[in-house]
Design a binder for this molecule. Sequence first.
Ligand code: B3K
Ligand code: ZN
Length: 844
Amino acid sequence: PQTVYLADYAAPGWLVDSVHLTFRLDPEATRVVSRIAFRPNPEGTQDRFYLDGENLKLIGATIDGQPVTPEITATGLTCPVPDGPFVWEADVEIAPAANTALDGLYMSGGMYCTQCEAEGFRKITYYPDRPDVMGVFSVRIEGDMPVLLSNGNPVASGDGWAEWHDPWPKPAYLFALVAGDLVAHSDLFTTTEGRDVALNIWVRPGDLDKCAFGMTALKASMVWDEQVYGRAYDLDLFNIVAVDDFNMGAMENKGLNIFNSSCVLAKSDTSTDADFERIEAIIAHEYFHNWTGNRITCRDWFQLCLKEGLTVFRDQTFTGDLRGHAVKRIDDALTLRARQFREDAGPLAHPVRPASFVEINNFYTATVYEKGAELVGMLKRLVGDDGYRAALTLYFDRHDGQAATIEDWLQCFTDATGRDLTQFALWYAQAGTPQITVTDDFVDGTYHLTLAQMTPPTPGQPDKQPLHIPVAVGLLAPDGSEVVPTRMLELTQAQQTYTFAGLAARPIPSVLRDFSAPVILNHTQSAADRGVLLAHDSDPFNRWEAGRILARDVLLAAVRDGKAPDPAYLDGLRATLTDDQLHPAFRARILALPSEQDVADALVRAGETPDPDRIHSARRQVRQAIATALDAQMDAVFATMQVPGPYDPRAEDAGRRTLGNTVLSYLTLLDAGHRAAAQYEGADNMTQQIAALGCLLDIGAGQQELAAFRAQWQGDRLVMDKWFGLQIARSDPAETVTRAESLTRDPAFDWKNPNRFRSVFGALAGHMAGFHRQDGAGYDLLADWLIKLDPLNPQTTARMVTAFDAMARYDATRQELMRAALTRIARTPNLSRDTTEMVARILG
Ligand code: B3K
Ligand code: ZN
């Protein structure tokens, strides 16, 4: 397979003014007629006319009405063209029913739908399928379906046909088409500019009662983008469609967002609080793309973080505004550490803006998305709120309608604020998680804080340069009062010392407040100091972080020496648990221990080899000890966290349920599942039903409830995904693989559906001790199924291969077994380009 390099970027030789597409839908033989007005690009650097195209049957082509015979390869075509502007017409045949890759035009449960990002449009017709070619699309759909949708505004329709026009020039990856037997949950929205917008969420008839929450989230997003970013919607219509077979979460096609049904459908008895929050965030994310992604798109796919990092940052801020910033920041940091830091520490590490790729779909990663969002957050910290607003206003003014680059983006910050961001730009190019080591001294009332930065080597980048890092620091007096409020230190050298004079006593530093940069802190602090921070830090993030580190150290001591938790730690936990001044959601975050993976990460950082079984049992022991020590208080909290009245997904209630369910998980370790069984029985919402079931499975009980759950929910695909996943996630490590294996023989295991496949194998890969069973049975099972899935769905296969990316951190036996499984995948004949690239990168 060929590698594409950022350095090889060449401006397109021809630009597109307009595109007319006619679809005659048929599952086996859909005809796509395209009429494209091309003109030479004055800035073009390509001299050969080339159109991308894959798996297309060309029936005929003309240029300015004259038949032509292009030279066709497996990936595109070329042919001689006139000197000036010309009109290209092509008639191609495609087979949506045979498209199991879910990329291009495909079918899901009898409906037609599309996915074109990143390079799916070339599976629909011949086209310059690159984001810097933007055209105005008109679409006619002919098909025997009641609902026929495409981008933009409706022009005309009749029985079995519809015409659409999208006035906003767009790259082909934002094209979409949907045809099916669908019904809409509809609403109206009037923008600040006075435009009336019809809003629809299109679903299969049985799902109509799961749309109301998504609609509320959509309207909240529209209001937020107007108020916070001054961005109003720009069409008369905004459509969302729910699709059951989808490779990822959702897609921001102009005016016609297509969603994995799991990311839009919600109802209290079938969706958890976490589902509601995630759905709200994804609806916002796709909606926000209308400005950050669609109106301003990416010049090439190396710039992916330009739209994804910024849009994630925007949806994170939105959720924080709606549901509280402290807890949101904690959750985002947890996700970043669990996914991005881990990616950065292994063979798949890559910069936020990669320099090369084989298959771009393999780069929709935590690094591009979540670390990309952190870079936006750091820019905002460096230039301040006003500077950020000015830079964004300039960005929208200057680049609206364009395909832009990271250089363009940073230039807006420099021009709007005068800040030199040359060093900051390194964040986009240098992979790996920086580590900051903190040391300090205190002499005669003066405190010196020294920060030293180091970024470890990553594949292809042995030597790293110092980065420009905003480090928010505050100082506490020994009694916990704040003596120096938050100051934004800018670390730019390998090592810098900061001075704080006039202090009465040696302060307790609170470093990296609000997680001001995506870095790992090496900071030796006494348990007593951490206890003060946990009890008093004015920064909620660092308050949580202090508790987190204490918990981590307790877990490490249990793993290394079988030590029981320090009584001082238990006291701190008790104080937090019972502090009614603290938001329940925040208390729940403090009570939730670091995961087994987190413990493994800490061991690896300390140069040790993690033993998954040992970590699993040590963590269970610690949980048991916490439950025993805090039994009475937890019992009291459990009672007070019951939310009266009808279920409401709002943050306030969700926080109470989270804390209630967290203490329930501890109490279950002591009461033989008594309370959990009762909660399961009485639950009128999925949050409490599934949490109770999980608690029961945790102690080896709950089989009866599991059967009842299935009987109750067998008609609901999304809930059944939970049923599959939960019993694997909560299994005893000795049984995880057999449980997963037997579930693959369940008649409801529809392995071609990505959600169902992920529910089983995502849960298997996520169960550290179960997946890493010493005899390699977990690796073999996953490899067998990835080999089976690859020919059908390369994208989902390649994504799930990442389960093996932590290979190098384990003992020699496990490494060998993982290597064997990966080698077996690699040697499979006709392995997809997607999976080939991922396996090769992991094997190194
Ligand atoms: N832009 C899409 C992701 C497309 C993934 C292509 N493999 C969804 C999003 O980030 O909003
Ligand atoms: Zn996105």
